[in-house]
Design a protein around this ligand. Structure first.
Ligand code: GLN
Length: 305
């Protein structure tokens, strides 16, 4: 029987040299207001045991990890129809790239790059009108935490500087792949990205990804087993942007990262795991976070491969 707590503690020590590598995201100015060497890691097994190290209560900006929850909502609302408007191939380009969109007629490569998440948000708006609040409520339900909230200063900071996302939204609108006004879609999207959660809360919220679509503490499944398998496939192939091959090679888990420095990953049938450290690689993934996950799968010999 593995001693998960001891393994996390070993990782917390071994990770120290990595905490000073990489750069905090500053293109959203408010994201740079964080202690750069912060570190937290949380693990929750499908039988309900939890293990934590570091600042696991500290909330940070989930940023693109929100794309997991918005896609989950969109899939449970419209299921396969979502793929009429978004691809499911790795992009091989940065998460905020515009080039592919032109020659692929406004159809984003996958739901985990920014353009894809904007279309996902538009789909939720079609079905639910208040995309902002319904996503927040969904996350609160998943994590069983009513005080999870938007960080309005982060949302505002991104609204003031999110020129690329605005360009993408306008561009997709010109191809007819956004049904709502770009400004409305962007506003909801920036709020989704601004949601603040701890590793402990994210790990719990993501349990259904490890547990065949089921949050054990909720009466209804979140996704079917088949939908969950597909979410995991997308995380593995598209969840860490144009570093996805390297991430699968080193870590071997389906995962989703965000520029707030968080990474949520899982081993289907076994556990969900979340790590946070704000300094990022060039590709926008947490340097210490990816290393900590690599150490975890190496030490436990638990990965999908
Ligand atoms: N809000 C960020 C953006 O749109 C999310 C990007 C990310 O986490 N990779 O640029």
């Amino acid at each position: 029987m593995l001693d998960f707590q001891a393994i996390l503690q070993e990782i917390e020590i071994e990770i120290q040299p990595y905490l000073t590598q990489g750069k905090i995201a500053s293109y959203i100015p408010e994201l740079s207001m964080v202690e750069p060497t912060s570190f937290a890691m949380s693990l929750m097994t499908v039988d309900g045991q939890s293990y934590h190290v570091g600042a696991h209560h500290k909330r940070f900006s989930i940023q693109s990890i929100s794309k997991l929850f918005t896609l989950t909502m969109a899939i449970s609302l419209v299921d396969e129809k979502i793929w009429e408007r978004i691809g499911k191939e790795p992009s091989g380009s940065p998460f905020n790239s515009l080039v592919q969109l032109e020659y692929e007629n406004g159809i984003p490569r996958n739901p985990f790059i920014n353009a894809g998440a904007l279309v996902v948000t538009d789909v939720i708006l079609n079905e639910l009108k208040d995309a902002q609040k319904s996503v927040l409520n969904f996350i609160r339900t998943l994590a069983e935490k009513e005080d999870i909230n938007f960080d309005f200063s982060v949302a505002k900071s991104e609204a003031l500087t999110g020129f690329r996302n605005r360009a993408m939204a306008d561009f997709m609108k010109s191809f007819g792949n956004l049904h709502h006004e770009p400004s409305r879609v962007l506003d909801a999207y920036f709020h989704h990205c601004s949601i603040a959660m701890s590793t402990q809360e994210l790990c719990k919220a993501g349990m259904y990804l490890a547990n065949r679509g089921v949050q054990p503490w909720l009466s209804e499944p979140i996704l079917t087993q088949r939908q969950t398998k597909r979410m995991n496939a997308l995380m593995l192939t598209c969840g860490t942007y144009d570093a996805v091959g390297e991430f699968a090679y080193r870590v071997g888990l389906p995962a989703k990262s965000g520029v707030g420095g968080g990474i949520l990953a899982c081993l289907p049938g076994n556990f969900s795991i979340c790590v946070w450290s704000p300094r990022l690689s060039e590709k926008g993934n947490s340097v210490a976070g990816a290393k900590a996950l690599e150490l975890f799968t190496t030490k436990t010999k638990m990965s999908i491969f």
